[in-house]
Structure formats: C-alpha cells, structure tokens
Design a protein around this ligand. Structure first.
Ligand SMILES: Nc1ncnc2c1ncn2[C@@H]1O[C@H](COP(=O)(O)OP(=O)(O)OP(=O)(O)O)[C@@H](O)[C@H]1O
Ligand SMILES: [Mg+2]
Length: 260
C-alpha cells in the first residue's frame, strides 16, 4: 500500500519544499521507501536535490504524464537520489495549467489518473511538493493525495492564507464528492526569540488545529539550509547535524500513525 501526502500551501516561501525533502528524509530514515514528486513548475525541490539537468530537459517528464496520464509509467520519470527517489519537475510544467484547461477534459484529475494505475509501485509513501499558487496543478495535487501536510509561518498573513486554502479544499470536496484531510500543520522556519505577534499566531494555530491534527514546529536552523545546499536531507551522509532532525522524525511518526 502506498500512501500519498501533499505538502501544500499556496502561500509562497513557507517551507513546503524544505519540509517535503526532510519529512521524506525522515520517513526514509525510519526504513520506508519514499518517492518525492516535484509538482512546482519552478522546480526548487528538483534543483535542490541535484536534478538540474532533468528539470531543464528530461523526456518524458511530469508535464507529459499529467497531460496524458495513460501514456506514461512512473518508472519512465523516476530519478534516484541516495536517500529516496524523485520525480523531478520540468520547465514544461509552466504550460501545463493552460494546456489542461484548453484540453477541457478532467483538468483537475490528471494526477489522480496517473497514480491510479500505479498499484505496483514499491513505495510506502509518496510526498508531493505543491506549487505556491492555487490553480489547476494545486487542485491536481490535492485530489491525487487527499492528505495534506500544511506548512505555515507564525504570521498573520499565514492565517489568512490557510483560510483561503481551507475554502479551496471545501470547494474541491463538494465538487468531487470526496474528503481531503489535513494530516499535520507544520509551523515552519520559526525564529526564536518570538515577538508577541509571532507567539499569538503560534497560539492561534495550536488552539485552532490541535483538536484536529498534530501541530508541529520546525525552527530556523542554518544547518537545515546547509544540508539542502549539499543536495541532502538532514539525514543524508553529507548532512550537517541539527536538533531539527528529531522534529522531522516526530512528524514522520505521526504521518505513519495517520496511515494506520
Ligand atoms: N527550518 C529552516 N531553517 C532554515 N531555513 C529554512 C528552514 N525552512 C525553510 N528555510 C528557508 O526558507 C526559504 C523558503 O523555504 P522553501 O523554499 O522550502 O519554501 P516553499 O514554501 O517551498 O517556497 P515556494 O513557495 O517558493 O515554493 C528557503 O530559502 C529555505 O532554505
Ligand atoms: Mg517550494
């Protein structure tokens, strides 16, 4: 059984990519086979993990698979990283939204269709890094996973962004008669000491969501950033030691429990 999670928030720069990579690293460290899918046309995850050439020129690529899900198998798209496997993004992803809408046929369900045939994938977990905008690609990711990890930052604008995301989830649930679950909130890139506003915003997320799902915290650490600079999760051979590794392992554990 493969479980899929999206790491999603249309707000930019809230650590979606950093969390996708390190939660994937943590699940791999705990013995699972992991596939990361980079659904962001900007390809930050792919480039961070060292797949610049694939981002610029892989054929076939994720854009092809989303447009014609029946024509490609995931094995055609996967590249290997020392810790986990990756389906890289590609420059062609920039035109996907337009192409799917122009084609007019189930533009929001293409990624689900692509995964539907993949019952024989050897992965325990697939994590999909979503783009920082609402739209057809984000909808594809939400419908293909129906389980979300939502990174937020302790600021007012993150609360507003989450309201908008929750609205979009409701719209998709109604329209596709399905349920999309928030599996975890990750307060991300948190910088201590906190000012009063930041503390209030953290309290808001904890008070509002702790009843529904775990609310985790990942602090700002230069070591996290430097490991990414070495194309590595914080669990890789080239990673720099950081206390946040334990926090990522805790997130991984709660995602395993949510999957039981
Ligand atoms: N825990 C952390 N410690 C240090 N730096 C971090 C941490 N988390 C994220 N960052 C940095 O914050 C910036 C934004 O992170 P990231 O790219 O993961 O966000 P994102 O939500 O994927 O952005 P986008 O919306 O553009 O896709 C990056 O420079 C990243 O290195
Ligand atoms: Mg990103």
């Amino acid at each position: 059984m493969t479980t899929r999670y999206a790491v999603a928030n249309q707000k930019g720069g809230v650590a979606k990519t950093t969390n996708t990579i390190n939660i994937g690293g943590a699940l791999a460290h705990r013995g699972h086979d992991i596939l990361l899918v980079d659904a962001d046309p900007q390809g930050h995850l792919s480039r961070t993990l060292g797949f610049m050439d694939e981002y610029n020129g892989q054929e076939p690529n994720l854009a092809d698979a989303i447009k014609e899900p029946g024509d490609y198998h995931i094995d055609d798209l996967i590249v290997n990283h020392p810790e986990l496997d990756v389906v890289p993004s590609n420059l062609d992803m920039f035109s996907v939204q337009q192409d799917l809408i122009a084609a007019g046929w189930k533009p929001r369900e293409r990624l689900s269709m692509f995964f539907e045939d993949l019952t024989d994938t050897p992965y325990d977990y697939v994590l999909i890094d979503a783009p920082p905008s609402l739209g057809v690609i984000n909808d594809n990711v939400l419908l293909a996973t129906q389980k979300l990890v939502v990174p937020v930052e302790p600021m007012e604008s993150s609360i507003h962004a989450l309201d908008i995301l929750l609205n979009q989830i409701e719209t998709l649930e109604d329209r596709y008669d399905t349920h999309i679950d928030i599996a975890a909130i990750v307060l991300s890139n948190v910088n201590y000491p906190l000012d009063n506003d930041q503390q209030e915003n953290i309290d808001y997320f904890e008070d509002t969501f702790a009843e529904w799902c775990p609310v985790h915290e990942i602090r700002n650490r230069a070591a996290v950033k430097r490991s990414l600079g070495n194309h590595s999760t914080v669990f890789g051979a080239d990673a720099e030691e950081t206390d946040m590794a334990d926090n990522y392992l805790t997130i991984a554990e709660t995602l395993e429990v949510a999957n039981e």
